[in-house]
Design a protein around this ligand. Structure first.
Ligand code: MN
Length: 237
């Protein structure tokens, strides 16, 4: 963002005209941007701390966006495509090194953008809609049982990755992906297509280590206090 603004300003200064600004805008077309959180870094306190949020959004997520933009800028086939289009056709990228870069950083951008929209400020978590409650009860027996199964999946994800609650073939399913693999990827996720993601949790250490250190289960328990159930419920169906 700052980089682009600097580029436009420098270009305008150098050539002194609107034409340069317009072409700078065109050059940036199709580029990906770090989304706003929609709440303050401290909004999730005391469950997720402000320092973690600031570093997670401003450094980790921003770096995925930067590296994705660099990769796409050098790949004519990918220019102008949306992130779902790119991630849904990863196996079509023949250059294996480029594919890995796009998989990691495109997945990172998609996963984090989805994650921020899955969280609500402390005290504003709400509750699952009647439809989502019925789906959860039908599959797991209760919300608490679903959370238990989700927590078990989070605990057993070795190393870095994500845990998901998905809707697939009209049923709810908990799954997990390694690294930055995203549920909307096709052809690369180990256990096939995961279905439509309703909710996802980042279990990379960068998401919780400052406050929770090695206590991943405590972080998972805190996550449930700041889930935006309204947003999650709207994803169902
Ligand atoms: Mn993360």
């Amino acid at each position: 963002m700052l980089k682009r603004r600097g580029f436009i300003k420098a270009g305008t200064f150098a050539a002194g005209g609107l034409l340069v600004s317009a072409s700078a805008g065109k050059a940036a077309e199709g580029a990906f941007e770090l989304p706003e959180l929609g709440y303050g870094f401290d909004a999730l306190e005391p469950y997720i701390d402000a320092a973690t949020m600031e570093i997670h959004h401003g450094k980790h997520h921003a770096t995925y966006v930067l590296k994705l933009n660099e990769a796409v800028a050098g790949a004519a086939d990918l220019k102008g495509k949306s992130l779902p289009e790119i991630l849904g056709n990863l196996s079509e990228i023949k250059d294996k090194s480029l594919m890995a870069t796009v998989r990691n950083n495109g997945g990172g951008h998609w996963n984090h953008s989805f994650f921020w929209k899955t969280l609500a400020p402390a005290g504003k978590s709400g509750k699952p809609s009647d439809d989502l409650t019925a789906a959860i009860n039908g599959e797991y027996g209760s919300l608490a049982k679903m959370q238990e199964a989700f927590g078990a999946a989070a605990a057993s994800r070795f190393g870095s990755g994500w845990v998901w609650l998905n809707e697939k073939d009209g049923k709810l399913k908990i799954s997990s992906t390694p690294n930055q693999d995203a549920p909307i990827m096709k052809g690369v996720v180990a256990d096939g297509e995961l279905g439509k993601p309703l909710l996802g949790l980042d279990v990379w250490e960068h998401a919780y280590y400052l406050k929770y250190q090695n206590k991943r289960p405590d972080y998972v328990a805190a996550f449930w206090k700041v889930v935006d159930w309204e947003a999650v419920s709207k994803r169902l169906g």
